[in-house]
Design a protein around this ligand. Sequence first.
Ligand code: UDP
Ligand code: MG
Length: 319
Amino acid sequence: MKTVSIVVPCFNESEVIDTTMDELLSVTKGIANYKFELIFVNDGSSDDTEAKLLAHSKLHDNVRTVSFSRNFGHQQAVSAGLDVSTGDAVVLIDADLQDPPKVIEDMIVKWEQGFDVVYGTRASRDGESWFKLVTAKTFYRLLNYLSEVEIPLDTGDFRLMDRQVVDHLIAMPEKSRFIRGMVSWIGFNQTAIEYERSPRFAGESKYPLTKMIKFGLDGILSFSVKPLKLSVLMGFACSGIAMLMLLYSVYVRIMTDHWESGWTSLFVAVLFMGGVQLISIGIVGEYIARIYNESKDRPLYIIKQQRETDAEETSPTAE
Ligand code: UDP
Ligand code: MG
């Protein structure tokens, strides 16, 4: 029988944890022919989340609790859950029931059809502030525009991943972990399932603006070096304008008699030097981009293994 691990990061989720536990246990009981392993990662909560989780772990032998020594952050909590998971597939889900556990069943169906990653795309988001909606929409579009790999729009970490993908994800050594981007980078057969994102049913968002900004920057900076290259473009723009100004002032000097002495040479020199400096910074940026890419130490490529669904197909002796 195949095992599916479910990883739930929890930070001060005391108000929601019991309901989430019941809901996950009942949904997984309703899915026949699979074993489920529930992994709760307590990300240094200061309320009684940990005590509640430990109590549940005692009660149910398929519920495990991993506790951090302090709050390390959502992506680190998810990474820890992946590290200890043993399932043939792993589902990532938030603790606040914003991602409906019912969707897990549909994800498993897609997985059995041969998809290695089934990610949840938010068809709608109820009960979130307009600020969160606008920033999230803009962020995902900007990220997609800047990123070298295509990262699906309006998609969080709610997803199912085959063991093959999970193993590659665990093996990626980078420290700034933007998991949804890393999974896109890994590749394999990926597909989306649309779902309605419900409001958090209790408690407050554990993503204040500061954490959101850090998370957004991690996403953009880990998947794009375009910001480093921006100064080259600006430098060429400045130098270009300087050249045009130069032509224009030569024209004014020769063809008309209303010219200001000294002004032109000063202005053109300032623009031109600004351009040269920006281009130089951009060149340094290009080198830093390369150092950065090297230091991320991602594998050069990932080879797809033939999935052993049919023994005859993969066995070299079966002719
Ligand atoms: N979370 C975490 N560590 C943190 C912040 C959040 O483990 O430092 C967990 C949180 O408990 C929840 C998930 O990450 O299960 C998503 O957080 P939240 O629902 O607060 O974010 P939002 O839905 O508002 O973006
Ligand atoms: Mg939430």
